[in-house]
Each structure stands twice: as structure tokens, then as C-alpha cells.
Design a protein around this ligand. Structure first.
Ligand code: AMP
Length: 555
């Protein structure tokens, strides 16, 4: 060697990671896997193979091109989970557009803000959601056309032409000459569910969505494959239904789409009829299924797992699914900003399903997924040890984690405080152990600080839910002159169950927690307020408490 260093170039092809290649893979390898849409009546269940879905995606792309859609243009969807939504999931990004999923549970004014800021040119909407669209469509500056899935007699909304989805695609060719796309170009966007201030946009790229789909195939997470039949209860407007539709076309897993039928009676009938192997949803909805099963026989025998995410699952919920139905619930953690999947709490060893050890592992929020880097930071910005004890704010980075927010075309993101040296500050407080298992103890904004000590609302809620008379629980911090804050437990009693009284519940908590952590104020409510994505809305509870609207009981 004469001291000169040589650099050799890679011999690998520079092949872009795009949703187009996922769609093409589905056609080439899994043409017979299917998208099944529940219509509320088992006799009229709709089926389409992935080959047919891809053909319709091509037809939709032709139709959108004919309407004038150009590369980079946003196409919104205001739809339930169903076949046409899946077709749009691929047609729009693969033709070079950006799919913008709108949350149909948001009020019209917020939808207007979001659609207007994103400059949506077209919207694909379910016929039953037209009244909601009608309340804001006329004020969306860029909107040029409304495409309706289902029947409508309207031919325009506030002068914006209305097209019928089935009619416009029927006239088109089932193949499309998909353009070559830059893997770093935008594929889809979604707004955070917005707890304070205006909602903020997160814009996914083809590359980030592709890699997110791949991680869903890893056995370290869901291990999806062709025999799977996945039922995303999580809406397609909530972070791409957690990446499940993309992962399904890549793995060949079939998709079971519940449409607007999210009641337990429909979901369980659909699961049983279609032999679902995987379910994904927030704990609130999963608890509805358990509640329904209390008085009606349900068949969950086909399920390989249930993925619970979006909020902490309780030990009681995991145990009930396991002992009553033999179904393993695994928790996943992520957020809109992280595409969302950052990990699933799969136990490290093969363990007896339902054993204490197995449940203990599954009570973690997640195990960090391959491809994601995670650290926890203390209150002064110092990295904390991964010892399973120290709790700090989770920061993450990786190829499917956002590096900024979208707040309008050409508008700089002002929320730079949400990032630190290229890491996203998640606002979630957690412990993490040396093997990457994390446990969320709270959201930063929900933390209860009493006498200088943190009280974990997640832990209190979990203990409360272990009481058979408790259907749901949420613990919030309320101002206190002596301790600055004290926990207030809001409890929903289980119907027909033995009365859960304050002394009984307080004694239950005192059995495993320090005395000062036990709430001294209690409120029994008929139900808990929910956010637009089905999580308990603590903001509303705090506001109701501040306004003196909560019925209170002291310990
Ligand atoms: P979203 O952007 O609506 O998906 O909300 C993301 C937030 O949901 C996270 O920042 C967490 O606070 C919460 N979350 C997600 N998964 C979990 C989980 N497994 N346990 C507790 N909280 C979770």
C-alpha cells in the first residue's frame, strides 16, 4: 500500500422505494388476496382481489388525470375503511399525487382549516359524509371537484362539480403507466389529532411508507404474511391505519374493511364470518368488544393477535382477552409523526400464553422496532439510562419519523422546539430497559405533579381497571393549593357489575401504590369523553372539572 485510500462504489441498483412497487408486488405475487368490505349485512359483503383493487386504482388514476390532477397535487379522502379508500390509497400517490386523509370525526371548521391549508384540489367522499363535507367544502380555496363513493343526487356542492366514483372509473382502462417517482417525494399526509392549537400536518414520503410497510412484515412486530386476514378497526384517516393497508399489499395479507360499522356487534360478526387473524384498534374500541362479549356469545377463535395502540391498554383488558377467548393482545407504540409504528411489545421468548411472565412483557407499550432509534431524556435535556426505572421524554429518529411539520405551502414550521439535534421530541414519558422495551407512564401534558413527585396516570388507570366493577377509568391532575396538583379519578362503572365504591377502589390502589398516589377526589361518570380517534379526552375532563361540571365524591 502506498498510503492512497481507494473508495469503491456500490454495485447495487438505485431502485426507488415507492408505493408503486408495493402495488406492483401485490399484483405480481398476491393477486388473489382480497379486500373484503363489510356492508352491515353478511349477505352483501363486498369482495375484490388485489388484482381487481389494482385495476381500479389504475382506473381512478386515469379518471383523476382526466380531471386535471398533476404531480404533487393533493387529493383528500373523507371516507370510512373500505375498498374504494384502499384504491385511492394507491392510485393517488402512485400517479404522483399526495393522498390527504381527512378525519371524519373532526368538526367542519377544523376540516376546513386542514383541507384549505393542504390546498386539496379534489376530495373523495362517502355519500353519507356529504353533509359534513358540505359544511366546509365551499370555503376550501383550491377545491375543484368532489368524487362521491355511493349514491347522491347532487351535481355540485357550492358550485364545485360532483362526480360519481363508480361512473368515472367504469369508463377507464384497468392499466396505468405509473410514472417513475422519486422515493423522497410526498406520498400522503395526515394531520395530528391536535390537542392544543391548530392541527399540524405530517407529510409521508414513498420511502418512509415503504419502509414502514416492510417493518410490519418483521416478526419483531406483526409478522404479517399471506395467510393473515387483517381487520384494521383503526380508521384509514388515523396515520394510514397504522400502515396496515400498505403492509397488507406487500405481504399478501387480506384486508377486512369494517366501513362505518364499528359497533361490537358488527365487528364480531365480521371477524367470525371472515376468520380474521389480526385486529388493530385503540383500547376503547377493544373494550367495547369485551363488553359485548359479556352478554352475547362471540367467536374470536380465528384471531392470532390483537394490536392495541394509540393509548395504554390495561392489564385487565389483556387478561380478559386471553382467558375468555385465548387471544393475545400485543401493544404497539407510535404517533402520527412516526408513520406510526415504532415498535410492538412482542415478548423476547416463547412463553406460555397468558402466563404472568407473558402478560408482564405485553404490558410494555412496545419494543423498539428495527430501524428506529430511541432515547429518553430528563427534564434538563440529559439522556437517561435505559434501566427500566428512569422515566423521561421519548425522543426518536429514523427513516419513517418526521423531521418537521407542515403548516402550509412554503410556510416555515415554527415548532422547532419539538425537535432536538435531529430527534423528534414525542411528548411521551416512558421508561425503557436495556433490551428496548418501553413503558409509557404518561403524556407530558397529562403528567400529574403532586408535591414535586410525578404520579403516573397510566398506572392508576391500569389498577382501577383491574376492578371488575370498573368499565373505564381516566385520572387527571387537578389544581391543589397544598400539593400544586392532586389526582382526580374519573370512573365509569361496569353495567350490572357490583358497585365499585370509593373506599373499595381507594383500598385497591392503596394495596399496591404509595398512599400519596391514591386519589382523594373521585368522579363517577356514565362515560368518558373521547377524542376524534377514540382515545379518552383528558382535556375535556380537565375543562369540565374547572367549570365545576363533574359530580365529585371525596375519599
Ligand atoms: P396519534 O398521533 O393520534 O396516533 O397519537 C399518538 C400518541 O398516542 C402517542 O404520542 C402516545 O401518547 C399515545 N400512544 C400511542 N401508543 C400508545 C401505547 N401503546 N401506550 C400508551 N400511549 C400510546
Amino acid at each position: 500500500m502506498d498510503g492512497r485510500r481507494t473508495v469503491i462504489p456500490t454495485t447495487m441498483q438505485d431502485f426507488p422505494l415507492t408505493l408503486t412497487s408495493i402495488l406492483q408486488h401485490a399484483v405480481a405475487v398476491h393477486p388473489d388476496s382480497e379486500c373484503v368490505t363489510w356492508t352491515g349485512d353478511p349477505a352483501t359483503t363486498r369482495r375484490a382481489t388485489y388484482a381487481e383493487v389494482a385495476a381500479n386504482a389504475a382506473r381512478l388514476a386515469h379518471a383523476l388525470a382526466r380531471l386535471g390532477l398533476e404531480a404533487g397535487d393533493r387529493v383528500a379522502t373523507l371516507c370510512w375503511n373500505h375498498q374504494e379508500h384502499l384504491e385511492a390509497y394507491f392510485a393517488v400517490p402512485c400517479m404522483g399525487g399526495v393522498l390527504h386523509t381527512l378525519n371524519l370525526r373532526l368538526p367542519a371548521d377544523q376540516l376546513w382549516f386542514i383541507a384549505n391549508q393542504a390546498e386539496d384540489r379534489f376530495v373523495i367522499v362517502d355519500a353519507d359524509l356529504l353533509p359534513l363535507l358540505g359544511a366546509f367544502a365551499g370555503r376550501v380555496g383550491a377545491l375543484e371537484g368532489v368524487i362521491v363513493v355511493g349514491h347522491t343526487d347532487l351535481d355540485n356542492i357550492e358550485g364545485i362539480p360532483v362526480y360519481d366514483y363508480a361512473t368515472i372509473i367504469a369508463a377507464e382502462e384497468p392499466e396505468y403507466d405509473w410514472p417513475e417517482l422519486d422515493e423522497r417525494s410526498a406520498s400522503a399526509m395526515c394531520y395530528t389529532s391536535g390537542t392544543t392549537g391548530d392541527p399540524k400536518g405530517v407529510v409521508y414520503s414513498h420511502r418512509s411508507s415503504y419502509l414502514q410497510a416492510m417493518v410490519g412484515l418483521a416478526t419483531a412486530t406483526l409478522g404479517s404474511s399471506e395467510p393473515d386476514r387483517l381487520l384494521p378497526i383503526v380508521p384509514m384517516f388515523h396515520v394510514n391505519a397504522w400502515g396496515i393497508p400498505h403492509g397488507a399489499l406487500l405481504s399478501g395479507a387480506s384486508l377486512l374493511m369494517p366501513s362505518r360499522y364499528l359497533q361490537a356487534e358488527h365487528l364480531t360478526a365480521f371477524i367470525a364470518q371472515e376468520r380474521a387473524t389480526g385486529l388493530a384498534g385503540v383500547p376503547t374500541v377493544l373494550n367495547w368488544i369485551l363488553g359485548y362479549g359479556e352478554h352475547t356469545p362471540i367467536d374470536l377463535s380465528s384471531l392470532r393477535y390483537i394490536l392495541s395502540g394509540g393509548a395504554a391498554a390495561s392489564h385487565a383488558m389483556l387478561e380478559r382477552f386471553q382467558t375468555r377467548y385465548g387471544v393475545r393482545v400485543v401493544q404497539g407504540w407510535g404517533m402520527t409523526e412516526t408513520s406510526p409504528l415504532c415498535g410492538v411489545a412482542i415478548p423476547p421468548d416463547e412463553l406460555e400464553p397468558g402466563s404472568k411472565e407473558d402478560l408482564d412483557w405485553r404490558m410494555h407499550s412496545a419494543r423498539v422496532a428495527p430501524g428506529v432509534q430511541l432515547r429518553i431524556m430528563g427534564q434538563n435535556g440529559e439522556p437517561l439510562p435505559h434501566d427500566g426505572i428512569a422515566a423521561g421524554e421519548i425522543e426518536v429518529r429514523g427513516p419513517w419519523i418526521t423531521g418537521s411539520y407542515f403548516v402550509g405551502v412554503g410556510v416555515p414550521d415554527p415548532s422547532t422546539d419539538r425537535f432536538r439535534d435531529g430527534w423528534l421530541r414525542t411528548g411521551d414519558i416512558a421508561t425503557v430497559d436495556r433490551r428496548g422495551y418501553l413503558k409509557i407512564t404518561d403524556r407530558l401534558k397529562d403528567v400529574i405533579k403532586s408535591g414535586g413527585e410525578w404520579i403516573s396516570s397510566v398506572e392508576l388507570e391500569d389498577r382501577l381497571c383491574s376492578h371488575p366493577g370498573v368499565a373505564a377509568a381516566a385520572v387527571i391532575g387537578v389544581p391543589d393549593p397544598q400539593w400544586s396538583e392532586r389526582p382526580l379519578a374519573c370512573v365509569v362503572r361496569a353495567p350490572g357489575a357490583a358497585e365499585a365504591s370509593v373506599p373499595e377502589l381507594a383500598a385497591l390502589l392503596a394495596g399496591s401504590l404509595a398512599k400519596w398516589q391514591v386519589p382523594d377526589q373521585w368522579s363517577f361518570l356514565p362515560e368518558l369523553p373521547l377524542t376524534s380517534v377514540g382515545k379518552v379526552d383528558k382535556k375535556v375532563l380537565r375543562a369540565r372539572h374547572a367549570a365545576g361540571e363533574l359530580p365529585m365524591e371525596a375519599r
